[in-house]
Design a protein around this ligand. Structure first.
Ligand code: ADP
Ligand code: MG
Length: 208
């Protein structure tokens, strides 16, 4: 079954709920290797996405993703705001004006999101950033294929493993990189939030 605009909006609302639930955890992860604002930043952004959707849901999946992107760019701030915003904006462009997204379109959206994050932030695998969650997620989504729920379930599982893989790494991008070797031994907050958001999308798609 394909994802309609309503389904995409529902997935974003589910992500907002998960971000709110994990706000403090993300703050603590960022306190260890950054400036303790990641949970706050994302919660502010996703709360604003819900307000945007409440004031009128756009009619295509791409328009919903674009509305989320522009809201995140204007509200999140820090490093993560432009990165998440770019990811959603590229995903919006990738799906165009289709009225429903099949599994292949969801894979294309994820791939475009990753390309946007990498174009913007220049992080590669192993730099201990959200790319370490998103890159394996895209690979797993491509490999899995199938309907949107199957694609997103594969992406979420790989993102969770990818996020865990940041623990031993020395951060080479973003604020955590200022700590040099001392950044090792910590879960990257952006990788964690990426895994949480993809899990929320997968659960929403599975329940649809
Ligand atoms: P800030 O670092 O400005 O306080 P946040 O705390 O909201 O912003 O976000 C930090 C997260 O952003 C990091 O955990 C990391 O995952 C991600 N990040 C930072 N810089 C980059 C980058 N260049 N590429 C990809 N992700 C990045
Ligand atoms: Mg921070």
């Amino acid at each position: 079954m394909g994802c309609t605009a309503r389904d995409v909006a529902g997935a974003l609302r589910a992500a907002a709920a998960v971000v709110a639930e994990h706000r403090d955890e993300l703050v603590e992860l960022d306190r260890a290797i950054g400036d303790a604002d990641h949970g706050e930043n994302l919660n502010r952004g996703f709360t604003a996405v819900v307000s945007t959707l409440d004031s009128g849901e756009p009619e295509t999946p791409g328009a919903v993703l674009k509305a989320a992107a522009t809201t995140l760019i204007s509200k999140v701030g820090g490093a993560a705001g432009p990165l998440y915003g770019t990811a959603f904006l590229r995903a919006a462009t990738a799906v165009g004006d289709a009225s429903e997204l099949d599994g292949a379109a969801v894979v294309a959206a994820l791939r475009a999101g990753l390309a946007g994050v990498q174009a913007r932030g220049k992080a590669v695998e192993g730099d201990a950033t959200m790319v370490d969650a998103l890159l394996p997620a895209v690979a797993a989504a491509e490999e899995a294929g199938g309907d949107p729920a199957a694609v997103l379930a594969a992406a979420a599982a790989a993102a969770e493993k990818g996020a865990e893989s940041t623990v031993p790494l020395v951060a080479r991008k973003g604020r955590a990189s200022y700590l040099g070797e001392r950044s090792a031994g910590h879960l990257d907050p952006g990788a964690r939030s990426t895994a949480l958001i993809l899990r929320a999308f997968a659960d929403a798609a599975g329940a649809a």
